[in-house]
Design a protein around this ligand. Structure first.
Ligand code: DOR
Length: 472
C-alpha cells in the first residue's frame, strides 16, 4: 500500500475485497466541534468511512480500506453548509436553476445548501415545496433543503408546512426585496410567530420606511445611494420588531444578513439580556462575506449595481463593527446569500436594477483568504459554516467530523493561491464580482457520504446530492 503525499490522492488500493472500511483519509488535520471537549478543535487524525458515515477516528491503517486519500498538508473540514442561497427554480431559470446553482456550490466546497422561497411562484404550499424537492433529487450536486415562504395566504398552515420532510424552516420578508413575498403588517407577523415552533428565518428591513424613502433612489438613479435609501434605520426597525415579537411569543428567530453596527449592537445586547432572563437566547444572527470585505460607496465605483443587494453593503464604520461581532460570538452563521441576476438585468437604470449578488461558489475561498490574512481564526470560520448552522436548524448527522455523522468533507489547502476565473464559475449568469481577484486558501477536494465528488476544479460525480433531514 502506498500513496502520494501533497494534494489528496485517491484510489490507491483497489480490489481489497475484505476491506473493513470503504475509505480512509490518512493524516487529516481536522477542524470540527468536539463533543467531548465542548468546543471547536483542530487536531490530527485518520478518518474511516463506511456506508457513507464516519465509522472511526484515530490512527488507522490505510490498508484496511478499499480506498485511501492522503491528506498530508491539507485540512479536512466537515462539509460546509451554506444556509442561504437563491437558486431561482422554478420561474427564473434564466438566472439559475437547481442544477447549475448546486454545481456552483459543490465546486466552491459547499456540500449542503438551504434554498430560499422567493422563486416564481414562491414556495408557499406543500405541492410547490415538493416540486422543488423532486427537481433537486434528480439534479442537485450538493445536499439540499428548502425554506417555505410565509405570508398572508398561508400563515395558518405554517405549523404543518414547517414539519414537511427536508424543510429547513419558514422564511419571511419584512421588507420587499426580490420576488413577491412580503409580511409588512405587525398583525400578520405576530400570527406567523404564533403558528409554528421551528426557528423562523427573517429578512429584516422595514417596508414602510423603504417606501417612504424610495424617491432618494429614483432621484439619484445611481446604485451608490442604495445604502442611503435602504438605510441602517430601515434595518434596525425591522430587527427590533422581530426580536420584540420573538420574545413575546418565545419563538426562536434567525435574522439574515445583518449589515449595520446599530443592529449588531442591539442584537448583542438582546442576546445577553435574553440569556440572563430566560436562560437562553431566542435569536441567532447571520452575516455575509461581502459586508466583511467591502464598503460603500467605494464598491459601487468599481462595479456599480453589481454590488447592489438588500440589505446593502454599508460604509466602513459598519464593516469594522461587524468584524468585532464575528469575533466576539454575536454572529452565529456566515451564509453567501447567493442571489444571481444576469448582467443585462443588472444594467437596468438603478433602482430598476435587481438587488442580489452571486456568492455560493466563492464563499469558502473568500473567507479562507480572510483567515490567511489573520482577520479570522480558522476554527471560528468553520464553526460559522458547520457547527452553528447544524445546531441552529437542528440538521441531522451533518456539520461535524464525528463517528456516526455523514462523511461529507470539504478538504482545503490553506496555502493554495488562485485567481477567481470566469471559466471556473458554474452559475448560469456567468459572472462573479470577485472575478480577477486572487485568494489564498482553497477547497481542493469535496466528498459526499465518503465519495469524492469534486477533485481539484473538476466535478467528477455530478448530481450526487441528497435531501437533508432535521430533528424537529
Ligand atoms: O439582494 C437581495 N437579493 N436580497 C434578498 O433578500 C433577495 C435577493 C434575491 O433573491 O435576489
Amino acid at each position: 500500500m502506498q500513496y502520494d503525499t501533497g494534494p489528496a490522492r485517491l484510489d490507491l488500493y483497489k480490489g481489497n475485497q475484505v476491506a473493513t472500511f470503504d475509505l480512509i483519509i490518512k493524516n487529516a488535520d481536522i477542524v470540527t466541534f468536539s463533543e467531548s471537549q465542548n468546543q471547536m478543535v483542530q487536531e490530527k487524525t485518520d478518518i474511516a468511512v463506511k456506508n457513507g458515515k464516519i465509522e472511526k477516528l484515530g490512527t488507522l491503517n490505510a490498508a484496511d480500506a478499499a480506498k485511501a486519500i492522503d491528506a498530508t498538508h491539507l485540512t479536512v473540514l466537515p462539509g460546509v453548509i451554506d444556509s442561504q442561497v437563491h437558486f431561482r427554480e422554478p420561474g427564473l431559470t434564466h438566472k439559475e436553476d437547481i442544477e447549475s446553482g448546486s454545481r456552483a456550490a459543490i465546486l466552491g466546497g459547499v456540500t449542503t445548501y438551504f434554498e430560499m422561497p422567493n422563486t416564481n411562484p414562491p414556495t408557499t404550499t406543500k405541492t410547490l415545496f415538493e416540486d422543488k424537492l423532486k427537481i433537486a433529487s434528480e439534479k442537485s450536486s450538493a445536499n439540499y433543503a428548502f425554506f417555505i415562504g410565509g405570508g398572508s395566504e398561508n400563515f395558518d398552515q405554517l405549523a404543518e408546512l414547517e414539519k414537511l420532510p427536508h424543510c429547513s424552516g419558514i422564511k419571511i420578508f419584512l421588507g420587499s426585496s426580490f420576488g413577491t413575498l412580503l409580511v409588512d403588517q405587525d398583525e400578520l407577523l405576530e400570527k406567523i410567530m404564533k403558528n409554528g415552533r421551528r426557528r423562523l428565518v427573517i429578512h429584516a428591513e422595514d417596508e414602510a420606511r423603504l417606501k417612504e424613502r424610495k424617491q432618494i433612489a429614483i432621484d439619484a438613479a445611481d446604485a451608490k445611494v442604495h445604502h442611503i435609501w435602504r438605510d441602517e434605520e430601515s434595518a434596525l426597525i425591522a430587527t427590533k420588531k422581530s426580536v420584540h415579537f420573538s420574545e413575546k411569543h418565545q419563538r426562536n428567530i434567525h435574522i439574515l444578513h445583518i449589515s449595520s453596527s446599530e443592529e449588531m449592537a442591539f442584537l448583542r445586547n438582546a442576546k445577553e439580556q435574553q440569556s440572563r432572563t430566560h436562560g437562553k437566547s431566542f435569536v441567532t444572527v447571520e452575516i455575509l462575506p461581502q459586508y466583511l470585505t467591502l464598503s460603500a460607496p467605494e464598491c459601487y465605483e468599481s462595479l456599480g449595481s453589481l454590488w447592489q443587494q438588500n440589505p446593502p453593503i454599508r460604509d466602513k464604520r459598519h464593516m469594522d463593527f461587524l468584524w468585532k461581532a464575528v469575533l466576539d460570538g454575536t454572529v452565529d452563521v456566515i451564509g453567501s446569500d447567493h442571489a444571481p441576476h444576469t448582467l443585462e438585468e443588472k444594467a437596468k437604470t438603478y433602482p430598476n436594477s435587481p438587488s442580489g449578488v452571486p456568492g455560493v461558489q466563492t464563499l469558502v475561498p473568500l473567507m479562507l483568504d480572510q483567515v490567511n490574512k489573520n482577520k479570522l481564526p480558522l476554527k471560528r470560520f468553520v464553526e460559522l459554516v458547520t457547527e452553528n448552522p447544524r445546531k441552529i436548524f437542528n440538521l441531522k448527522n451533518k456539520g461535524r467530523i464525528q463517528v456516526g455523522y455523514d462523511a461529507d468533507f470539504t478538504i482545503i489547502d490553506m496555502k493554495k493561491e488562485k485567481i477567481v476565473e470566469k471559466k471556473w464559475l458554474a452559475s448560469k449568469i456567468g459572472w462573479s464580482p470577485f472575478e480577477g481577484q486572487s485568494f489564498k486558501g482553497w477547497p481542493v477536494m469535496t466528498l459526499l457520504r465518503g465519495e469524492v465528488v469534486v477533485d481539484g476544479d473538476t466535478l467528477i460525480k455530478p448530481r450526487a446530492g441528497t435531501a437533508c433531514d432535521f430533528d424537529i
